[in-house]
Design a protein around this ligand. Structure first.
Ligand SMILES: [Fe+2]
Length: 415
């Protein structure tokens, strides 16, 4: 079966006209709809309309020294600054290997050392769910400042953001009743889209902090896959083969969908960015299978049929094994949940399992930190250093861009 990039149906004229109609009839989030929802939602400052003067106004930063500057290098392996002595907290692992739920720690009160420990914690556990956070009431400027500790922040080219704070990406699914179900699944059986945030960027995301503003009491979870374990499960033969492959990631289809919906492109550019299929983590040294399904276009340098064959295998291998998945529940507005993760070792998707029920909105904002340019560290490092004067595989990519994965309620969606 031939592999199709997610969202590529947008090039079909019949699909285009359907999407345009959905946008016109208010089924997709538009500037007009934003103005309407701002009057009823609990956190209107976290839902801004696109301003026409924002068109092409921003660029994203490179993060050339991202691997060296990763805050996880400064973290303490005992995490004593994240969990200071005398603090009453509890942790519950989602699985023995991946993901932990934490209560009793207030993210907004972490000092520098606590944030460094948090970086290392996410790099070790993959993701963490924090309950009862006051983060959302501290305001957008605070959130931005918090995120900047970890590195340069990403500005999403075409996703909605907090008002006047383009660094805070917003995902918003409007309130509604069971009539959303028919519309939501009229042309597809599922709305999930596995991705690592902004993998089409030359410097894709390290950490994401996903802050619940309003959430259904049940459902609308975010599900994660451990890409380290996805790599480890392969035979040495296939691991070696995959280590030689380069993958092309793109935001082209996401941009097309956004354009059909009338969204302003804050950052211009369709990127076709090359990343190694297997990448090395700059702090832990662990390898992961960097398979960001929603943004992957093709395998570089092989024939079309071969690219399809490899990508179809990867999709099956990575996404169909429940042993390497965990589910992060948002648990409604009152749970005051913040979920944080390391995009270099995980993919995730939002779960649209509540559309047949009447619910309030699902409304979050996300701080997205730029990481290093993905690389695969060569095994025979010393030899490599002797020959080349450096290690660290792969030169990579082109493009300048950035951005991440979601069209608010469209086909390429979210956290
Ligand atoms: Fe995401």
């Amino acid at each position: 079966m031939s592999y199709r990039p997610l969202g590529s149906e947008v090039t079909d004229p019949l699909i285009r006209s359907k999407i345009a109609a959905l946008s016109l009839n208010g089924s997709l989030l538009t500037n007009d709809a934003v103005a309407k929802f701002q009057k009823t939602i609990k956190y209107p400052e976290y839902l801004g309309a696109f301003e026409s003067e924002e068109e092409g106004k921003y660029n994203n930063f490179k993060n050339v020294d991202g691997a060296k500057n990763d805050k996880g290098h400064l973290g303490d392996k005992s995490f004593k600054h994240l969990f200071p002595e005398g603090t009453k907290y509890s942790t519950e692992d989602l699985s023995p290997n991946f993901g932990t739920e934490i209560t009793g720690i207030q993210l907004s009160e972490l000092d520098e050392a606590g944030k460094n420990d948090l970086a290392l914690y996410l790099e070790t556990r993959g993701l963490a769910i924090f309950r009862d956070q006051d983060f959302r009431d501290k305001g957008p400027a605070f959130a931005k400042q918090f995120g900047e500790h970890f590195g340069p922040l990403h500005i999403h080219p075409v996703s909605f953001s907090a008002d006047k704070h383009p660094e805070l990406l917003v995902t918003f699914r409007p309130p509604g009743d069971e009539t959303r179900y028919e519309k939501g699944f009229a042309g597809k059986t599922g709305a999930f889209a596995w991705h690592s945030d902004i993998s089409f960027e030359e410097y894709p995301a390290s950490f994401s902090f996903f802050v619940a503003l309003e959430a259904p009491k049940s459902g609308g979870d975010t599900v994660f896959i451990d890409l380290r374990e996805a790599y480890r499960r392969l035979s040495p033969t296939l691991q070696k083969f995959f280590e030689g492959l380069t993958v092309i990631h793109t935001n082209y289809y996401q941009n097309q969908l956004a354009s059909l919906n009338g969204n302003t492109a804050r950052v211009k550019g369709d990127y076709f960015t090359e990343h190694p299929l297997v990448r090395t983590h700059p702090v832990t040294g662990e390898k992961s299978l960097y398979f960001s399904r929603a943004f992957i276009h093709s395998i570089k340098g092989v024939k079309a049929e071969e690219s399809s064959f490899i990508l179809n295998f990867l999709e099956q291998h990575v996404t169909s094994n429940p042993e390497i998945q965990v589910r992060a529940q948002h648990k409604g507005t009152d749970a005051r949940t913040v979920i944080a993760w390391d995009n270099r070792l995980a993919v995730h998707t939002a779960i649209a399992d509540f559309l047949q029920h009447a619910t309030g909105p699902r409304h979050h904002f996300r701080i997205t930190v730029l990481g290093e340019k993905p690389y695969l560290e060569e095994e025979n490092k010393e030899e490599e250093v002797a020959v080349n004067g450096h290690s660290n595989g792969h030169s990579n990519g082109h493009s300048n861009g950035h951005s991440n994965g979601q069209a608010q309620n469209g086909a390429l969606n979210g956290n």
